[in-house]
Design a protein around this ligand. Structure first.
Ligand code: SF4
Length: 168
């Protein structure tokens, strides 16, 4: 099963591959073992090595700080790029739209759109830019802690008085 580990890094992974060059030269089988528990590990290992090679060969081994450049990295789409820009560099370029944000945007009645790109476009129009980084974290945390896919704890939710999907 796919599991997301949020913003926590993996000490063993970073100890073995401390920079882009080290990761670019990784043996895929070794890397797969280290990230096995995250799910989809074969594809992730392939993308991680491809990403590290792109960083090494095109960005002097440094993570770029623009959306357009981040999107050139294998395995990186807007969701990941927004996490890196927002949480890594404090740059509010957009809103992270992951499975939690998709679900909560619908339940809270923020948008009827279903695709991440359209949801993000709707959310950035609705909220001021200086709230985007906080909002991404807040929605994801709320989705993980109270508003889960299968059993939302609406009775404990501070938004239950105005949420259209509240079940109380
Ligand atoms: S009231 Fe229920 S459905 Fe609405 S945001 Fe809160 S937990 Fe989710």
């Amino acid at each position: 099963m796919h599991r997301c580990h949020g913003q926590q890094g993996d000490p063993a992974l970073f100890a073995k591959y401390p920079d882009a060059s080290a990761l670019a030269a990784a043996d895929p089988a070794d890397l797969e073992k280290l990230i096995h528990s995250t799910g989809f590990y074969r594809n992730k290992a392939k993308n991680l090595i491809g990403m590290a090679r792109t960083l090494r060969d095109h960005f002097k081994g440094e993570v770029p700080r623009t959306m357009d450049e981040l999107l050139t990295l294998p395995g990186v789409a807007r969701k990941t790029a927004n996490v890196v820009l927002g949480s890594g560099f404090g740059i509010a370029e957009g809103i992270v739209v992951d499975t939690h944000v998709i679900r909560l945007s619908g339940r809270l009645g923020l948008t009827r759109h279903k695709t991440p790109e359209k949801i993000e476009r709707a959310l950035v129009k609705m909220f001021p830019r200086d709230s985007w980084i906080f909002l991404s974290h807040a929605l994801i945390l709320h989705g993980r802690s109270l508003c889960s896919a299968r059993a939302p704890k609406c009775g404990d939710c501070p938004m239950n008085s105005f949420c259209p999907a509240a079940q109380i």
